[in-house]
Design a protein around this ligand. Structure first.
Ligand code: BGP
Length: 464
C-alpha cells in the first residue's frame, strides 16, 4: 500500500464554533440563531435549538481531553460576541465570560493543543440587527472591531492564531439571498453591501490586531466552492467565471491582495449595485491583508448558464433567479447532505492559492462528511464505525498531499468537527465529529475515525 507522509508539525486538527458547541448557559445576549430559534423553532430539524449544543460550556475539560485522545494538535473554536460583551455599545466585558474563555484557552494549552480563535461564526448579537440593521450598518462594523480588540487584549497573550470571520459568504447568502438564516431577507443590494461591510470589518479587526503588536497571526476563514462549468459550452463557462468572482474572488482578493476584483466591481457598477465605500475604507482594506488563510471546502459547484436571461451577466447577482438552481449535476453524492464529494477540488484550490495568491500560508480549516442517523453504524461496544469518514478524509488528503508535493504552502488539515455538535438549521441531523455525542445524556465516545486520526497525527502519515 502506498504511504503518504506529511511534514513534521503539520496542523492535524479540527474546528468547531462557540454557538454550535457551548450552549446558551449564562449568555447575556441572544445571537442571530438564538433568536431565530426563539421565533421559529419549526424551521430547525426536529425543532432542536442551540440551548445545549454539545454542552462545551459545562464539559469543556472533558471535551478537550477527548480531543487530545483523537490526536488533535490544533483546535479552532470561536469567541461569541454575544457572550463576551456585556454592554454591546460601550463594549464592556462580562466577567463570567472572560473567566470561561480564559479557562478554555488555558485547558487547551495545558493539554498541549494549540487553540485558534475565530471572532464571528454567523453569530452577530441580534440586538445589533434589530437596532441598526446588523452587517448592513457601518456602525456595527465599528462595534465589531471594538469587540475584536477586546478579544486580542484579553486573550492575545496565549492565543496566537486569530480569524476575523468564518465564511462571510454564507452570511451574505443565508441572510440576504436564500433565506436560510435569520432575517431571511431577499435583497440583492443589501447582499452586496453586507459582502463589502464584512470585508471592511475583517480589515478593521486586522488593523486593530496589528496596532497591538502581539506576537501571533491573523487571517480569515473562507469557504471556497470552486465553480466548474457544467458543460464546455461558452455560456456555462462564462456563468462559472462570474460565480467564481462573486463566491471566491471577492473575499480572496480583498483579504490577500487588499482589493476587490476589478471585473466584479465593473459588473456591479453597470447594474448600479455597487457597495457604498469611501476612500478611507478602501485604504484600510488595502493596508490590512491577512497573514494566512483558512479554507473550508465541502463541495464544488457545477455551474450552468442562467436560464432566465442568458445574455445578462449582472442579474446573476440578484436573487430568485440563477442562484436557486445553481448547484447542479453530481457524480458522487454525500447522500445525507446532498453535497457532491469531489476531493480533487482540494488540489485545484491549493494550486489557485499557489499561482494567484503568492503561495500565501494556508490550511484546510474545515472539511468533513455529514451523516444523518449515524447511530446505525454503532457496534456492540457503542463505537460508531465510520469507515466512510476515514475514506473521505484519505481522499481529500491525497489531493492535498499532491499539491504540497508541487509546492503548496499548506500548513494543516482540520476536520469539521471534533465532537458532534449543533448546527444551524440542521440541528443535530448531520453528524460530522470524530467523537459522537448522545444528545440526551451528553455522553461522548470516540468514533473509529478518531482512533485513525490519532495515528495519522502521531505518525504524520497514512496508507492509502
Ligand atoms: C460550514 C460551517 C460550519 C458547519 C458546517 C456543516 O459551512 O462553517 O459551522 O455547520 O458547514 O454544515 P451543516 O452542519 O449545516 O451540515
Amino acid at each position: 500500500m502506498p504511504k503518504l507522509t506529511f511534514p513534521e508539525n503539520f496542523w492535524w486538527g479540527a474546528a468547531t464554533s462557540g454557538p454550535q458547541s457551548e450552549g446558551r448557559f449564562h449568555k447575556k445576549h441572544a445571537n442571530m440563531f438564538d433568536y431565530f430559534y426563539e421565533i421559529k423553532p419549526e424551521v430547525f430539524y426536529k425543532h432542536q435549538g442551540p440551548d445545549t449544543a454539545s454542552n462545551f460550556y459545562n464539559d469543556y475539560k472533558e471535551d478537550i481531553r477527548l480531543m487530545k485522545s483523537a490526536g488533535l494538535k490544533v483546535v479552532r473554536t470561536s469567541i461569541q460576541w454575544s457572550r463576551l460583551i456585556d454592554d454591546l455599545e460601550k463594549n464592556t466585558v462580562n466577567d463570567e465570560a472572560v473567566k470561561f474563555y480564559n479557562a478554555v484557552i488555558d485547558e487547551f494549552l495545558a493539554q498541549g493543543i494549540t487553540p485558534m480563535m475565530n471572532l464571528h461564526h454567523f453569530d452577530l448579537p441580534v440586538e445589533l440587527y434589530h437596532k441598526y440593521g446588523g452587517w448592513e450598518s457601518k456602525y456595527v462594523v465599528d462595534l465589531y472591531a471594538g469587540f475584536a480588540e477586546q478579544c486580542f487584549k484579553l486573550f492575545g497573550d496565549r492565543v496566537k492564531f486569530w480569524f476575523t470571520h468564518n465564511e462571510p459568504l454564507v452570511v451574505v447568502e443565508g441572510e440576504y439571498l436564500f433565506e436560510f438564516h435569520y432575517p431571511q431577507k431577499v435583497d440583492g443590494l443589501a447582499a452586496v453591501q453586507v459582502a463589502y461591510n464584512l470585508q471592511l470589518a475583517s480589515s478593521k479587526a486586522i488593523a486593530s490586531y496589528r496596532s497591538l503588536n502581539l506576537d501571533g497571526k491573523i487571517g480569515v476563514i473562507l469557504n471556497l466552492t470552486p465553480p466548474y462549468p457544467a458543460t464546455d459550452e461558452k455560456e456555462d463557462v462564462r456563468a462559472s467565471e462570474i460565480a467564481d468572482l462573486w463566491l471566491n474572488r471577492l473575499y480572496m482578493d480583498a483579504s490577500v491582495k487588499g482589493e476587490f476584483p476589478q471585473e466584479l466591481v465593473e459588473i456591479l457598477e453597470g447594474e448600479q449595485a455597487l457597495w457604498q465605500a469611501t476612500e478611507e475604507e478602501l485604504a484600510i482594506i488595502k493596508n490590512n491583508t491577512v497573514d494566512l488563510l483558512g479554507i473550508n471546502f465541502y463541495h464544488p459547484n457545477r455551474v450552468e448558464r442562467p436560464k432566465y436571461s442568458p445574455n445578462s451577466l449582472a442579474v446573476d447577482f440578484m436573487p430568485d433567479k440563477f442562484w436557486r438552481d445553481y448547484e447542479k449535476a453530481s457524480v458522487r453524492m454525500n447522500v445525507d447532505k446532498g453535497w457532491e464529494i469531489y476531493p480533487r477540488a482540494v488540489y485545484d484550490i491549493a494550486k489557485d492559492i499557489q499561482e494567484n495568491y503568492g503561495n500565501i500560508d494556508w490550511f484546510m480549516s474545515e472539511n468533513g462528511m455529514g451523516v444523518s442517523n449515524e447511530e446505525r453504524y454503532m457496534n456492540a461496544s457503542g463505537v460508531i464505525e465510520d469507515d466512510y469518514r476515514i475514506q473521505f478524509i484519505k481522499e481529500h488528503l491525497y489531493w492535498l498531499h499532491q499539491a504540497m508535493e508541487e509546492g503548496s504552502n499548506c500548513l494543516g488539515y482540520h476536520l469539521w468537527t471534533p465532537i458532534d455538535c449543533w448546527s444551524w438549521m440542521n440541528a443535530y441531523r448531520n453528524r460530522y465529529g470524530l467523537i459522537s455525542t448522545n444528545i440526551h445524556t451528553q455522553e461522548k465516545t470516540l468514533k473509529k475515525s478518531a482512533h485513525w486520526f490519532k495515528q495519522l497525527s502521531d505518525t504524520n502519515a497514512f496508507e492509502l
